[in-house]
Design a protein around this ligand. Structure first.
Ligand code: SF4
Length: 220
């Protein structure tokens, strides 16, 4: 019925999310409103270790005050930190955002860079942020592997890797290109709602019979 295991996982998980009415991750929701790479980059930084609800609220509040990197750079540092609070590590994120805005203005003529290398050179920007910015902001192919993608695919047994970076390298070899962009959205939502980091809802998961559930017991 399915050409490969990723077809089956993608369809099964997407249907289950739809059935449960589970929303897309926050950055996707923001990207849906406006695919502006500036907004994707900034809201992804705010989303790190932060609940979706907070990310959406604080991103919108920030974008009302700073619509582009020039306005972001001009913002008072204390006001910037207070605006993104209670995003996790908001003081550090505020410092990074100011520095990122400065670099983009000075080095990239105010435009968000569109290569992995350039994005990764910005302070506080890791693989997840860079990949999501390329995916959603520039429609460039990149695999965004965060903790949910890494954990779920290891639990299922498709990959056997130690961290998201290793997973990203492995997925580059085996993941069909059509899933490079949408896989993250589905697995992040699935990880938040069903295949949770602690106490995954295996008995309610439509993929339960096929999943190897590697390492799941220790999370119960
Ligand atoms: S069966 Fe359990 S571990 Fe496997 S994908 Fe479903 S929720 Fe996750």
């Amino acid at each position: 019925m399915y050409d490969n295991i990723f077809d089956e996982i993608f369809v099964t998980f997407s249907r289950e999310l739809e059935r449960r009415g589970i929303a897309l991750p926050s950055v996707s929701e923001i990207a849906g409103e406006d695919n502006d790479p500036y907004r994707i980059l900034v809201s992804t930084i705010l989303s790190l270790r932060t609940k979706d609800k907070v990310t959406i609220e604080r991103s919108k509040a920030l974008f009302e005050k700073a619509k582009n990197v020039y306005e972001l750079y001009a913002m008072d540092s204390t006001e910037l930190a207070e605006t993104i609070k209670p995003s996790a590590f908001y003081k550090r994120k505020a410092e990074n955002l100011k520095e990122i805005a400065k670099i983009i203005i000075e080095k990239y003529d105010g435009k968000i860079p569109s290569t992995m290398e350039d994005l990764l050179s910005l302070p506080g920007v890791g693989m997840k942020t860079a990949s999501l910015t390329l995916n959603l902001g520039f429609n460039e192919l990149a695999i965004c592997v965060d903790c949910h993608v890494h954990q779920i695919l290891n639990r299922i047994g498709i990959i056997s890797t130690k961290n998201p970076d290793e997973s990203e390298k492995e997925l580059r070899k085996i993941l069909p290109k059509k899933y490079w962009i949408p896989l993250n959205e589905v697995l992040v939502s699935y990880g938040q709602g069903i295949c949770k980091s602690v106490s995954p809802l295996c008995s309610e998961c439509p993929y339960e019979k096929k999943c190897k559930k590697i390492g799941v017991d220790k999370h119960r």
